[in-house]
Ligand binder design. Structure first.
Ligand SMILES: Cc1cc2nc3c(=O)[nH]c(=O)nc-3n(C[C@H](O)[C@H](O)[C@H](O)COP(=O)(O)OP(=O)(O)OC[C@H]3O[C@@H](n4cnc5c(N)ncnc54)[C@H](O)[C@@H]3O)c2cc1C
Length: 378
């Protein structure tokens, strides 16, 4: 009997566990560890923020994955031992034939002075009810949306948030001026200037000011502080800096990028039989820039790793490779969405494009969630 230990039950971990259970011998054991109770797709936070839906409507209990034959342990991972293919969950040590690290990215609001005091953390589901309430009570003025570090999850999401928040407030007759800042030189550097111009002019058409090259150093009462200026706000929605979870930072697996280093096509770390997938890794594209952090990639990485583990267990040469195909949705209001999609690992350059806005992409975005909830949990 073989055992695979998967740390993290988000997009990547669940996709790995499911594919392994489909392909491995039924006697083989697949263990999934996560301290969270529920799975939920990332973009549901924005819908809940603007009052279009609730967080709860998109949450599914991780425990229900046991019906697929997956052993689910709802515990914090406290130590990772890559050379021993093992992890500790408090006092319990579990070792396995293969280890998959899918622990995602941790939000680090405390690294920006003033963030926890003055900003609403719109990437943290626990802060969404407070942020949604603040928007409901907002009587008008300056609303600032801040990207406080890069890389961050789903690069189009803050722009989607700006458009939807702006729409929501204006439809209530609130007089608001929305600004969004980023430390990056353009809205979505992966797209290049021409497509960024399309996004930025769409923001401008809605009266939203985009501030590129704005790296915030602190937040003080009513103002975000940058190297050479300060921007005032009445309400601040913040996307905090991201980093690997502490247990990963302490595992010795983090490379120069600040994230776990893996072989981009096989997702194997420097330890044979130890893989890392999803937001916790940094994969370089052919132009040297990092592959964006997105659930669609975490999922595809998980399926690749599962296939490779199955082949290895059968004594075959693994052939599955991660292709870097897919994309993220950018909802633009008025019942439409765009998509940033393509072949992110194409050579010699990533081939990524911005689609037109259409109702079709909004429907696709909705079914992106429903399909996963149905396939994984029902
Ligand atoms: C607003 C928003 C919109 C988004 N929209 C899209 C989109 O349209 N398309 C798309 O593809 N992606 C989107 N994403 C990104 C997507 O949510 C992430 O990229 C994806 O969740 C990454 O999957 P993962 O498996 O790597 O990590 P996660 O899904 O974050 O899972 C990691 C898991 O590890 C667990 N964990 C961490 N540390 C520990 C520990 N010490 N012990 C136990 N458990 C631990 C966590 O509880 C978590 O469940 C969006 C994200 C946001 C915030």
């Amino acid at each position: 009997m073989k055992r695979v230990l998967i740390l993290g039950g988000g997009f990547g971990g669940i996709a790995t566990a499911r594919r392994l259970k489909q392909k491995l011998d039924p006697a083989d054991e697949v263990i999934l560890v996560d301290r969270r109770e529920h799975f939920m797709v990332g973009f549901r936070k924005t819908w809940a923020l603007v009052g279009q839906s609730t967080l709860e409507a998109g949450q599914r209990p991780l425990d229900s994955l046991t019906r697929l034959g997956i052993r689910v342990l709802r515990d914090p991972v406290t130590r990772i031992d890559p050379s021993g293919h093992a992890a500790s969950l408090g006092d319990q040590r579990l070792s396995a034939d293969a280890l998959v690290i899918a622990l995602g990215a941790e939000l680090a609001p405390e690294t920006v002075p003033g963030f926890q005091q003055y900003a609403l953390n719109v990437y943290d589901p626990h802060d969404i009810p407070r942020a949604s309430q603040a928007l409901t009570e907002f009587q008008g003025g300056k609303l600032l949306i801040g990207i406080f570090g890069a890389p961050y999850k789903c690069p189009p999401a803050p722009y989607e948030m700006a458009l939807l928040v702006n729409d929501t407030l204006k439809s209530r007759g609130v007089k608001v001026s929305v600004e969004i800042f980023s430390p990056q030189p353009m809205s979505l550097p992966i797209l290049g200037q021409a497509s960024c111009d399309l996004i930025e002019s769409r923001l401008a058409d809605q009266g939203i000011t985009f501030l590129p090259n704005h790296k915030a150093t602190a937040i003080e009462n009513g103002e975000v502080v940058f190297a050479n200026e300060r921007r005032p706000f009445d309400l601040l929605l913040g996307i905090p800096p991201h980093r690997p979870p502490a247990v990963v930072r302490e595992s010795g697996l983090v490379g120069d990028s600040g994230w776990v280093s893996v072989s981009p096509r096989t997702l194997e770390t420097q330890f044979s039989g130890v893989y890392a997938i999803g937001d916790v890794v940094q994969v370089a594209m052919a132009n040297g820039k990092p592959l964006p952090k997105a659930g669609i990639f975490a999922e595809a990485m998980g399926e690749t790793v599962a296939e490779r583990i199955v082949s290895t267990f059968k004594g075959q040469e693994p052939e599955a490779v991660f292709k870097g195909e897919g994309g993220c949705y950018l909802e633009v209001g008025a019942g439409q969405a765009m998509m940033v999609k393509g072949q992110f690992l194409a050579e010699p350059e990533p081939e990524v494009m911005l689609t037109e806005a259409s109702t079709k992409y909004l429907e696709e975005k909705k079914s992106f969630e429903t399909q996963r909830l149905q396939t994984w949990f029902e």
